[in-house]
Write a protein that binds this ligand. Sequence first.
Ligand code: CP
Length: 316
Amino acid sequence: MKQFLSVKDAPDVNALIQSALLYKSSPMRDEDLGRGKRMGLLFLNPSLRTRLSTQVAANNLGLEVVVFNVGQEGWALEFADGAVMNGSTVEHVKDAAPVLGQYFDLLGIRTFPGLTDRSADYSEHIIKQFVKYSGVPVVSLESATLHPLQSLTDLLTMTETFKEKRKPKVVLTWAPHVKALPQCVANSFAEWVNAWDQSEFVITHPEGYELDGSFSGDARIEYDQAKALQGADYVYVKNWSSYSQYGKILPESGNWMMNLAKLGKARAMHCLPVRRNVELSDEVLDSRQSLVTAQAANRVWAAQAVLSEILKSMNA
Ligand code: CP
């Protein structure tokens, strides 16, 4: 694996899940794989789980890790080609990224979308410039449209908790939020579940919140949340802003917050951080049906599996 920006970089999703499970049972089994190599984790936006789990995973593989909160501590970066930099930006990514490529053997980048210019966000122009100009392998720690480490974790969590000899029914449901959020987690979850091809997959949301079809693929879209939830084994709850009216919160009718009555016997998933009693009720998050802590814990093993694949290809 040369980079990890989306499911397209994972040649075998199930093999990656099995590798993550192997690291979960034996975290230090490849403790020398990254010895002598250094990884830079660059955060243009905040993080708790991604930052810490990736650091733990990298350490388990013997990598030295340096974390840099670019958004708070670095120079304001410019990403526009040909920009006349007489405004607030101080350093062009064309100049910064090659320097990072000298300091680090691989890079992890977190960068959120602006949610104003859809074509710019969906071109992934920020993370792609780090790929282009750094000259080292880049791992997405969540980009403008995708969050692949989260999605791999989500598949891993379903794989290890589903014990029946049939395909699970997986429902991705939109939930309310006070802020306009990116589509990243929903896009990414959809494309990974589609690539996994091990479930009946339904996406439910109010009209106007349709995801980009290149991510939702052949998933059944159901505007009636109650109908979508019937017989669900896993209910993945997430807010996202509108893709068609880009970055907007639309007026929606009805109560889309997930509660125990709606959840039924299903297990509840969410990537965290979560707005309690807006997206999911306390009773769901505090119940035994909630998988949110298990998901967050599994972030380490997903990251370790991905870093391991990249290190192996660097060492080959
Ligand atoms: N789920 C997730 O990516 O969490 P953080 O934003 O805290 O990293």
